[in-house]
Write a protein that binds this ligand. Structure first.
Ligand code: HEC
Ligand code: HEC
Length: 199
């Protein structure tokens, strides 16, 4: 009994000692994260300001795509163009395929003139989703105008800040096409007569 009690006492003391030792090893607030300042105050935290390019459209330099078929970033100033509203979408004024070339702008691609929305049923009263395990809901069809889901350009295309990153970006894109850095390949795969509803 006595021996057991002694062993327990030793074990407890050892545990306390071990805990005591590790407790002394504290991690400082400043060493956490990349900003090297106290995490409870923003006072000394500095970072580069977000600074979007100010080159007006027609004078900016296109930004390499992040990966094959990534939506391109907006290289030019968007001052006065945003927000896009139902009555005012200036992006289309220069990027509409009919005028883009003459404006020196990349034309809005074919994919934006297609409806990718799945087939659903609506009989005027009841809406039923037509999702099944056979993917019968898939529906891709060309439409004569810009798809509604593509109207809000800035939802997918964003300007890029020219400020410095706190950490270096080592990412290197591996494009599957030779011109992948500046051109999407979707126009090649989306055929003009692609219409999954046609049988
Ligand atoms: C006044 C004409 C004009 C307007 C308005 C305009 N753009 Fe542009 N855009 C251009 C031109 C020209 C380029 C090519 C780069 C350059 O010359 O500055 C371009 C480049 C781009 C690119 C890069 C394309 C690529 O191939 O890398 C994107 C994305 C883009 N614009 C999106 C937009 C969006 C979104 C809007 C609306 C917020 C918009 N643009 C409004 C003329 C315009
Ligand atoms: C739902 C997201 C989305 C919206 C909204 C959208 N785009 Fe795109 N855009 C993409 C993606 C993804 C690509 C690359 C694949 C492709 O070509 O479809 C792209 C490609 C482009 C390209 C490059 C085409 C090429 O040949 O390299 C231009 C220019 C462009 N979009 C302009 C616009 C404009 C202008 C609008 C608004 C009228 C718009 N986009 C709205 C996602 C979007």
């Amino acid at each position: 009994m006595k021996l057991g009690k002694l062993a327990l006492t030793i074990a407890t003391t050892a545990t306390i000692l071990v805990i005591g030792c590790t407790a002394n090893k504290t991690v400082s607030e400043e060493s956490l994260g990349l900003r090297t300042t106290n995490i409870y105050t923003e006072k000394d935290t500095t970072a580069d300001k977000t600074a979007y390019g100010t080159d007006v459209a027609g004078t900016s330099k296109k930004i390499e795509r992040a990966f094959q078929d990534a939506p391109p970033m907006i290289p030019h100033d968007t001052e006065g163009m945003l927000p896009i509203t139902i009555d005012n979408n200036q992006c289309t004024m220069c990027h509409e395929p009919a005028v883009a070339e003459s404006m020196g702008a990349t034309p809005i691609p074919k994919s934006h003139f297609m409806d990718f929305r799945p087939k659903h049923n609506y009989d005027g009263k009841m809406f039923t989703k037509s999702i099944d395990n056979m993917k019968n809901e898939v529906s891709v069809k060309p439409i004569s105008q810009l798809a509604g889901s593509r109207f809000n350009c800035s939802q997918c295309h964003a300007p890029q800040t020219t400020g410095k990153l706190a950490v270096e970006n080592n990412f290197e894109a591996a494009y599957t096409k030779e011109n992948g850095a500046f051109k999407s390949s979707w126009d090649e795969v989306i055929l003009d007569d692609l219409d999954t509803l046609k049988k």
